[in-house]
Design a protein around this ligand. Sequence first.
Ligand code: B12
Length: 309
Amino acid sequence: MISQLQDWAAERSFRVACGGVRVLQEVRAELARQRSTGELDANFYTSNLNFFRYENSSESIADVKAVIVVAIPRPAHRLTFELETGPFEVTLPPTYVRYSALFKEVRNDITSKIPELHGHLEVLVAPLKSVACRLGLVTYGRSNLTYIPDWGSYFQLVGYVTDEDIGIADDWRPEPLWLMPECENCGICSNACPTGAINEERILLHAELCTTLFSEQLGDLNHGLSADCLFGCLNCQQICPANSGLLRIESAGVTFDRRETEAILGGYGARACDNVESVTCKLAVLGLTEEALIGRNLAHLIAGRAETQ
Ligand code: B12
């Protein structure tokens, strides 16, 4: 079945790797260690990493026999909001558009190609970079993102557990975590990080400082948003030599007209307005996990650009 998965991935220009359940035990133990030593900020852990379920990712799969991780190349997307002053373009970095939907789509695509997995493949809820690196699919960069040759860091990882015997050897062992050799003496991403979240002293991100975190959660934006990114940040990725020339930028195919933009800025969802339906349809195309924060972030970008003009 592993070769069928590889054929499936090759047909779509995806990459796939598989391994035994042992990888989840190792990843869980390492995260627990980093939490207990305080390397992982306690508040950040509780708010953002407590949802991992590892071998218990799905109630319908009690006896996990294998783990499958797929890497899918993703572009950044541009979308437009019409303002009184004219069109206002913003960027959604790779992985934001239809993030959650992709996990289910890929699972359904795999099970249509390999029917034996139907009913035996569920979404893995675990630290995917850490799992993927131990499966040999990716390599860590200093930015704490992971990389694949020819793709750089511009991809989304999706992971699955299965209770089918897909052919993992009994003596299969996870690989150690690797840092890309070119990162050894390079500090370009850490120098470019505006908040000090990437620190040359360690590979583990100071996630509690990362601009992306604030852009995705309620509350203050702290250090503001990054350039024209509606969510997330591209600073550490765009400046990385290993990513040079690899960022694809596509249109999201969505323009919010003036009335729709006003509805979003007025707290879309928080109060009734007569064009909520069209906003809902356009937001559904984007499939943003952080949809509720779109008005706050857009207002911040508009104010920032007005200041610089
Ligand atoms: C929580 C989260 C965030 C948080 C925290 C990030 C973090 N590093 O923890 C915030 C909101 C800040 C965030 C930001 C972003 N995220 Co995010 N995020 C996640 C999520 C849900 C979990 C990440 C996680 O496991 N954190 C726990 C930490 C402990 O694990 P880790 O980061 O792998 O750290 C390991 C290493 O540091 C290692 N380690 C320690 N010391 C050493 C030393 C060496 C030499 C080595 C090799 C390793 C090593 O130990 C840790 C594991 O125990 C995943 C999705 C998922 N389910 O996995 C996406 C995910 C990691 N994010 C992703 C992306 C794209 C981003 C952003 C680029 C989005 C954006 N454009 O702004 C930024 C990047 C910020 C950055 N420089 O890392 C992608 C990464 C794809 C890739 N190419 O690697 C993921 C995998 C989503 C996906 N499904 O594809 N994210």
